[in-house]
Design a protein around this ligand. Sequence first.
Ligand code: KE4
Length: 426
Amino acid sequence: MVSRNQQLFERAQVFIPGGVNSPVRAFRSVGGTPRFFVAGHGARVSDADNRSYLDYVGSWGPLILGHAHPEVVAAVRDAAAKGLSFGAPTESEVEMAELLCELVPSLEMVRLVSSGTEATMSAIRLARGYTGRDVLIKFEGCYHGHSDSLLVKAGSGLLTFGNPSSGGVPDDLARHTLVLDYNDTAGLEAAFAEHGGRIAAVIVEPVAGNMNLVAPRPAFLQAMRELCSDHGAVLIFDEVMTGFRVGVGGAQGLYGIAPDLTTLGKVIGGGMPVGAFGGRREIMSRVAPLGPVYQAGTLSGNPVAVAAGLATLKLIQRTGFYEDLTRRTRQLVDGLVGAASRHGVPFSAQSIGGMFGLYFHPACPRTFAEVMQADKDAFNRFFHALLDAGHYFAPSAFEAGFVSSAHSEADIASTITAAETVFSAW
Ligand code: KE4
């Protein structure tokens, strides 16, 4: 009997490339048929075959409150009833800008956009416009959205400029991007020694979440801050994933390092399309219409999307919110590690705030190379076994996972029990 998910996937592939509107959703990394979700409530989603799952993806991070939180849905409904979009300023955008600058220590000014990609693309253009320089440094394994300058893979040598990692990206553009190793402080120092005066910006995920979760070495971020300051380069913390996920002040609040620019997304939209870039007033003052760096968007600051974001940001300021979320996420990773060790399965896991990484590798990776040593086939086997048992993890061994405030201790315990059953037959 062909499942409804399979029927929908067949149908979707006729008119949508790969049957999905974002590649990772196609299950190509894990194999099998993507689940077409129908509804979500709290920690659970249900699919077209009427199967229910505990959701540890949360739309890739935005749903820190879980699905369809009543106060978020009500805020969206109220805003929508007054009009979906104006293409003109609204008070809610002012409220959002004021709140972001209050909660994120380094933000003095901020511009709203509609995705994380737009936020990082705009921040990079702004850094280049502000410094008058072209060179951009990023790190292998970090993902910052799909603008051309960021779809670049490492050159032949560590200090040689990049080559396109996607079709359609001109060599002439890719060669301005230098791709270094994450957590390699010496490599970063060498790059500045070689190219210092030409570097417009360094962009980094302060906690990496797109090669699975990789924690920064504190010295790595500190060195990055000092090198950028010494050489007049702009330090961009891409907190699209970590912003309001690892703590109310993001990774910059956690590690006490102030970037020059910050990009945000995901949680600040509460599931609706909101991104943002912001930082030092001196830099942000170069953005049109104030300055020469152009940036625009028809639906930037959309009132319905901003309503979802404001409702979300208000709820996560509840006293104890992050302590509870961190404890719940730690309960998950500690439980999975315990279950794997009881059955001799090579496995490690870690969490930072409400995000976590699972690795079929004896220790948590600290570099891209170590991530690549993890057993991808073992992850895929785990992924499908848990999916069949009603626990939905990210459909890729190279993605972080997310817990929401809607996940109960009993939910987490049930996932650990399901994993123990799988590990016992490993
Ligand atoms: P979006 O353009 O997808 O809103 O944001 C791009 C982006 C920028 N920076 C970071 C640190 C990100 O994690 C992302 C997007 N993350 C992926 C998940 N790893 C989105 C999922 C997808 O591509 O479908």
